[in-house]
Design a protein around this ligand. Structure first.
Ligand code: HEC
Length: 129
């Protein structure tokens, strides 16, 4: 438990660091933008898309029990602000062959808001076990 508490504190520290690209993101607005994702995703369960809990720091294509496309399994990134910003802008172009059939979010501020929300929501112990 102590280790868990310490890693949570560390993650919070990382999330609030001044170098984070989405530092100016508004998590409240991001929660509204996330409604575009819940057609396919949930935080805690695999649905059409993989669960989002634990997203930051996880390698692409590695949620257990989810059947990824070959393209996503091969996509060698660890999800962080920059990787998400890049992918969400144009998923089909960034990962050719992905089965995430979503055109992307072109507005950088909307992506920053979404990432600020995701950062909180995907590490919230109330939602994510
Ligand atoms: C039409 C359904 C759909 C929508 C809408 C959608 N996704 Fe996805 N998403 C998927 C699918 C399917 C995958 C698995 C892709 C693969 O295996 O190629 C995926 C994969 C991902 C991944 C990679 C996860 C991992 O475990 O590596 C991220 C990150 C992601 N989606 C974020 C989002 C965000 C943020 C939104 C909203 C802006 C969104 N998605 C909207 C279907 C969707």
């Amino acid at each position: 438990m102590k280790i868990l508490a310490m890693s949570l504190a560390f993650l919070t520290l990382l999330a609030s660091g001044p170098t984070a690209r989405a530092a100016d993101g508004d998590a409240g607005r991001g929660e509204e933008i996330y409604q575009r994702c819940v057609a396919c995703h949930a935080l805690a369960q695999n649905r059409v898309g993989p669960r989002h809990c634990g997203l930051f720091g996880r390698k692409a294509g590695t949620v257990k029990g989810y059947q990824y496309s070959a393209a996503m399994k091969k996509y060698a990134v660890t999800w962080d602000d920059a990787a998400l910003d890049h992918f969400i802008e144009n998923p089909l172009k960034v990962v050719p062959g992905t089965k995430m059939g979503y055109a992307g979010i072109k507005d950088p501020q909307e992506r920053a808001d979404l990432i600020a929300y995701l950062k909180k929501a995907t590490s919230d112990p109330k939602t994510c076990d």
